[in-house]
Ligand binder design. Structure first.
Ligand code: FES
Length: 174
């Protein structure tokens, strides 16, 4: 009788110890392997389109800076990064232009100067025309267009980083 009771207590103790071990081990393993799992998935490929608002709300034939917010993993940390996007639409909404705000020379943010109808880079004086074409300065290529689509009157844009400092437009993982 006493042996049975002792045996029962031993089994219960082993079960509790195993349960506690699992409670500690499972979250610890998930923490260790989560970044690796995410790096192998869609991470940083920029496959998601983001809604930047109603197309009709954008000013007609004027460049407007909007921002996309992306969640990115930095090592073990999840961080939110904002990217500026220049967008412009025609009056009848049939012509839409979407350009990255990153200068293709070395990555500075490009500013729109409506008085000169130019994009100008504050870092090394790169200049682009009203459609993002290269006009002057060291940038090796035009501004980078971004993919977009319109759904229910809203503009959806997909962020993409490109390699800077090269003439060819090469997408890069972020
Ligand atoms: S970073 Fe824009 S011209 Fe150099």
């Amino acid at each position: 009788m006493i042996n049975n009771r002792r045996r029962f207590l031993e089994v219960c103790t082993d079960a509790v110890v195993a349960l506690l071990g699992a409670c500690i081990a499972v979250p610890a393993l998930a923490y260790v392997f989560a970044p690796a799992r995410r790096w192998t998935g869609k991470k940083g490929t920029g496959e998601d389109f983001q809604n930047v608002g109603a197309l009709a709300q954008l000013p007609i034939d004027q460049w407007q800076l909007v921002s996309l917010q992306l969640a990115q993993r930095d090592g073990w940390e999840k961080v939110r990064i904002r990217h500026g996007v220049w967008v412009r639409r025609s009056k009848d909404l049939t012509k839409i232009e979407v350009l990255s705000s990153i200068c293709p020379h070395l990555g500075c943010p490009l500013n729109w100067h409506p008085d000169h109808a130019e994009f100008v880079c504050p870092c090394h004086g790169g200049v682009f025309d009203i459609h993002g074409g290269h006009v002057a300065g060291p940038p090796p290529r035009p501004m980078d267009p971004l993919e977009y689509h319109v759904e229910n009157g809203c503009l959806f844009v997909r962020w993409q980083d490109f390699k800077v400092g090269v003439a060819e437009r090469i997408p890069v993982r972020t």
